[in-house]
Design a protein around this ligand. Structure first.
Ligand SMILES: N[C@@H](CCC(=O)OP(=O)(O)O)C(=O)O
Length: 478
């Protein structure tokens, strides 16, 4: 990269702003929150004028559809929700277009499903379209394609969608706008001594009240924001949680981030992907704690070793179809850059075909004979990453524990000596791996929690509330 540090400080950032349903429409009347939306529009245009590239992930299709059809309550049936989303989405985008056009800012609509992302060529097409639009100075407005998405192909919530979008476009900053200022270590309503959490370096060590449920119209809540933050930070995206009713805060926080960029983060930028439109800025943003006062927010620091492009896609774009259990020797060999040989495979679960994604788990102990569940292992299991496999689940079950030279004799052919090539294996970074549980205090009622119970952040990250965990987006609904 060329230029002085001060020039670098003024370079453009890639910024993704996620607005949930409760930021778009009134929870009771379902009328659009015009004043909030107007400030968002002014803020986004200001960011554009400051040279940044902006993507908005906007929920609200169902909420707007409810208002349009004068339906009071969110229906239960998926087909009714899909119909309302179809009705609401065109009105929602026309609302955005109307507001942005007053400031002569072109926008574009991008509707995605998980299956669009899971197909490599469609993922790349979506990425190219984003790049083209951003180069043209357009603000893409993204939502889930609710009309097509059923549970198997849903992101599940727009927090996850926004994190995947931020990773896909190599954003620097992701704003998850919500109805609280930031994360607190306890429920501030019932604990006067609750402290705001300003910076999170390691989500696994987070002690926070993450129990806030989503709005009655949306599917997210604080828990999905934590999962989204982990996903985005693993892709090198600084993630900010802040209050949506003060969207102007985005400007102050962004400016503060820019002004406070450390020399270390600038050095990191030297290694960033300079060809990517949203990477022409820092890939790692750090704020000095003693700089100017900025609005309350929680900032999750990005991984210093971001997972990008094909690796990001394997980890987060694909839903694993099964699990391959490996022994610790195989795990060590993989970390040492070898491919996965059949001899290191202890067991296999699920039904999958060649070139499909699987979860890679290391087992503590191999058994010499199957247990009552047919398992060839016992003890704890740690999910360490994901892989694209060269053989189907039935084939791997036949060759597991054997030498590669035996593959042809066992299967009648041998496409590869490896169950998975090293290039198609991706490990979670420190931020995205299972973490030691740290207890925070919960008070909410969302995602199956009991009011007043302790809330292990680890459970949020492991998806025990049905909100996705690593594989993101396995839960939720329209
Ligand atoms: N795609 C849906 C919203 C899904 C969703 O995640 O909503 P929210 O939890 O409000 O961000 C819609 O546009 O109504």
């Amino acid at each position: 990269m060329e230029g002085t540090d001060s020039m670098k400080c003024n370079r453009s950032l890639g910024i993704v702003i996620k607005l949930g349903t409760s930021s778009i429409v009134d929870e009771k009347t379902h009328e659009p929150l015009l004043s909030t939306l107007t400030v968002i529009v002014e803020t986004a245009v200001r960011l554009r004028k400051d040279g940044h590239k902006v993507v908005i992930v906007s929920s609200g299709a169902i909420g707007v559809g409810l208002r349009r059809m004068d339906v009071d309550k969110r229906p239960k049936h998926v087909s009714q929700l899909q119909a309302l989303a179809a009705i609401g989405q065109c009105r929602l985008i026309s609302l955005w277009d109307g507001l942005f056009s007053h400031l002569r800012q072109p926008i574009a609509q991008i509707l995605l499903t998980r299956s669009d992302i899971a197909d490599r060529s469609r993922y790349l097409n979506a990425q190219n379209t984003f790049n083209e639009l951003l180069d043209m100075g357009v603000i893409p407005i993204v939502n889930e394609n609710d009309t097509l998405a059923v549970s198997e192909i849903k992101f599940g919530d727009n927090d996850t969608l926004s994190a995947i979008t931020a990773g896909m476009v190599h954003a620097d900053l992701l704003f998850l706008m919500t109805d609280v200022d930031c994360l607190y270590d306890k429920n501030p309503r019932t604990n006067p001594d609750a402290q705001p959490i300003e910076v999170v370096e390691d989500i696994g060590q987070l002690v926070a009240d993450v129990s806030t449920a989503g709005s009655s119209l949306g599917t997210g809540g604080m828990s999905t924001k934590i999962v989204a933050a982990r996903l985005a930070t693993s892709a090198g995206v600084t993630t900010v949680i802040t209050r949506s009713s003060n969207p102007g805060n985005i400007l102050s926080i962004t400016r503060h981030v820019q002004a406070s960029r450390s020399p270390a983060s600038l050095a990191t930028q030297e290694n960033a992907d300079d060809d990517h439109p949203l990477s022409k800025s820092v890939s790692s943003l750090h704020l000095a704690s003693d700089t100017a006062v900025v609005p309350l927010h929680t900032r999750f620091l990005p991984s210093p070793h971001p997972i990008r492009d094909r690796s990001f896609w394997i980890l987060h774009g694909l839903k694993p179809h099964g699990t391959i259990y490996i022994d610790s020797g195989a795990h060590r060999a993989l970390l040492g850059k070898a491919g996965l040989l059949p001899v290191g495979v202890v067991d296999v679960d699920g039904v999958f075909a060649q070139q499909e994604a699987v979860s890679l788990c290391v087992v503590a102990h191999k058994r010499s004979s199957p247990d009552e569940h047919g398992r060839m292992w016992d003890g704890p299991v740690t999910e360490v990453g994901r892989a694209l496999v060269n053989y189907s689940s039935t084939e791997i079950a036949r060759v597991k524990g054997r030498q590669s030279t035996e593959i042809e004799g066992l299967l009648g052919y041998a496409d590869s000596e490896y169950v998975a090539q090293r290039e198609t294996i991706v490990f979670f970074t420190r931020e995205s791996r299972p973490v030691t549980p740290t207890l925070g205090v919960g008070h909410g009622h969302g995602h199956g929690m009991t009011p007043g119970t302790m809330t292990p952040v680890r459970e949020v990250l492991d998806g025990k509330w049905g909100i996705g965990g690593y594989e993101v987006g396995s839960g939720g609904g329209l």
